[in-house]
Design a protein around this ligand. Structure first.
Ligand code: ADP
Ligand code: MG
Length: 322
């Protein structure tokens, strides 16, 4: 398989638009043309996966393809934007038809249900690296951001947390991970439907890619507020025999979750619960948005247990170049 055969294959597997009017020019020329149908803004995001850093050698091609789309879809979910197109920059050590087929299977598992079309990209030789850029036309005023949280909002989170952290910890110690935790690590389901339903209802949202407390901190700083979160209210995937401290660390600071954390005006809490039920995504109320402490005597995101005692965290989340 050569470069052009590979691009042709990617085009057939992932790049055929249902309606050509939506993508007047896709793969094949020097740039793609994406129709916006008069939408005032195009949302764009990019996420890159580097072998050895974001996934290990034991990930299958399909797991890598799934993950590369999943982490990007999660960013759009957090904005409440429906994804339409993507660009794929692939750097591969060699061109292997079977590997590419598996990779496309993993991508198609997400692109097909989301009607997401590959519009172009790049293919180069080098250390394995996958970069995806998503596009979605949108109405500016309906987009969810990190800056809209208001004092008194309820803080909510989707899904059950801790799985990816515990699965990674087990893998790093050469042990087999709990299957449920491992599934969340390998096949994180981005919450696109929930995010889009929350647009216009929630005040602020973020996806938990680097750890709940750290990511909630971004909403706090963006919105000029503080938060109080009850650790015992957070649904978790930790098996019963996991020590409490480790479970809390996993839930509060474990990354790679790709769940949504969002804030909702208290009077909309019931509506949001019903809406999540309709979509079939579990959500939980885990705390409230408070006024920022001008003197910064307290951490921005204060964590307590069900008795109200403060919970100390060793690390609030993941950071590159710490
Ligand atoms: P150039 O040499 O001008 O950069 P390429 O030969 O890299 O052009 O790409 C030719 C066409 O194939 C372009 O339309 C580009 O978007 C598309 N393409 C290249 N790599 C990929 C890829 N990994 N996924 C999808 N489309 C690709
Ligand atoms: Mg190129």
């Amino acid at each position: 398989m050569n470069e052009f055969e590979a691009i042709g294959y990617l085009q057939r597997r992932l790049g055929t638009p249902v309606d050509a009017a939506d993508l007047p020019l896709g793969i094949g020329d020097d740039a793609a043309l994406i129709a916006t149908h008069g939408a005032p803004a195009m949302a764009v995001c990019t996420d890159t996966l580097v072998a050895g850093r974001h996934f290990s050698a034991d990930y299958s091609a399909a797991d890598i393809g799934f993950r590369a789309l999943s982490v990007n879809l999660s960013d759009f979910a957090a904005m409440g934007v429906r994804p339409q197109y993507f660009q794929l920059a692939l750097t591969l050590p060699n061109l292997d038809a079977a590997w590419l087929a598996g990779f496309c299977d993993g991508m198609a598992a997400l692109s097909e249900p989301h009607s997401l079309v590959l519009a172009g990209g790049d293919l180069t030789g080098g250390p394995l690296c996958v970069s995806v850029t998503l596009f979605g036309a949108t109405q500016t005023h309906t987009v969810l951001t990190r800056t809209g949280a208001r004092v008194g909002d309820r803080i909510m989170v989707s899904g059950q947390l801790g799985g990816p952290f515990l699965a990674l910890a087990a893998r790093m110690q050469g042990q087999s991970a709990d299957p449920q935790c491992d599934a969340r690590l390998l096949r994180p389901a981005p919450r696109v439907a929930l995010g889009c339903a929350l647009a216009g209802v929630a005040n602020a949202a973020i996806d938990i890619s680097d750890g709940l407390v750290q990511d909630l901190g971004h909403i706090c700083r963006g919105s000029g507020v503080a938060m109080r979160v009850c650790v015992d209210a957070i649904p978790h995937l930790a098996p019963e025999d996991i020590p409490l401290d480790l479970r809390r660390q996993a839930v509060l600071a474990g990354g790679e979750e790709y769940e949504l954390a969002f804030t909702v005006p208290a009077e909309h809490a019931t509506e949001v619960r019903l809406l999540a039920q309709r979509i079939g995504v579990p959500i939980a109320d885990i705390g409230e948005v408070r006024a920022a402490d001008a003197a910064h005597l307290e951490p921005v995101v204060q964590v307590v247990d069900s008795t109200g005692s403060a919970v100390r965290l060793e690390q609030s989340g993941f950071m590159h170049f710490r």
